[in-house]
Design a protein around this ligand. Structure first.
Ligand code: SF4
Ligand code: SF4
Length: 218
């Protein structure tokens, strides 16, 4: 008997029930026999709204802020936003991210500023899609998409490389390495001061919606 079974008082004395409550013999919840009650449940279900989803033939629509597969974003000229700082890897509670930074040179520039992410991996066997990594990223390089179809029967294939995570090149973007097109230093990429930044249109780059499309972070 549960400790929460209420006690009752009889003739001034507290009486606690110590066994199962008595069930009246032969009493049923329905006058129908048991098999008829069972078929009744089946029959009633036939007229309920069907909730079966026809996935994968009909793709599942996620909520806009769903945390799915990651993406490494680009600047409007195609340079990578990742600066190889490893903050995402340090923030990850599952130790799912591996980053090795590399030095940019004037001959081979992959991002504005000094460094870029030379090696970048996310282990989706470990990732719990908590989103702490994208919160830690100072350049909004790392964001998350709505893509959830990550299942695979090959463990190695679930360790995504930088090439798999990089956002595609949109019109107006150029495959790195290449010189900075949006200004003379990295501030022109991050400080959106209209007086200080070089006008993008003057450089002939397609800016319209480019970042918005690449940045799928919500
Ligand atoms: S979503 Fe969470 S678990 Fe996955 S890589 Fe980012 S911080 Fe790590
Ligand atoms: S994705 Fe962001 S936090 Fe991670 S290394 Fe690149 S710049 Fe740093």
């Amino acid at each position: 008997m549960s400790e929460h079974t209420p006690a009752r008082r009889e003739d001034g004395a507290v009486v606690r029930q110590t066994g199962a409550p008595p069930t009246p013999p032969g009493k049923r919840a329905s006058w129908l026999p048991g098999p008829a009650q069972g078929f009744g449940v089946t029959f009633a279900t036939m007229f309920k709204k069907v909730t079966t989803e026809e996935y994968p033939d009909v793709p599942k629509q996620t909520k806009p802020r769903y945390h799915g597969r990651h993406v490494l974003n680009r600047h409007p000229d195609g340079l990578e936003k990742c600066v190889g700082c490893e903050l995402c890897a340090w923030a990850c509670p599952a130790d799912a991210i591996y980053v090795e930074g590399g030095d940019n040179t004037e001959e081979a520039r992959y991002s504005p500023g000094e460094r870029y992410g030379a090696v970048y991996q996310i282990n989706y066997l470990r990732c719990i899609f908590c989103g702490l990594c994208i919160e830690a990223c100072p350049t909004r390089s790392l964001t998350m998409t709505n893509d959830f179809e990550l299942a695979d029967d090959d463990r190695q294939a679930l360790i995504y490389t930088k090439e798999q995570l990089m956002a595609p090149l949109l019109p107006g973007m150029e495959q790195p390495p290449h010189p900075m097109r949006l200004g003379n230093d990295e501030k022109d990429y991050y400080v959106r001061d209209p007086k200080a930044a070089v006008p993008v249109d003057a450089l002939g780059l397609a800016r319209t919606g480019a970042e918005a499309v690449v940045e799928e972070r919500v």
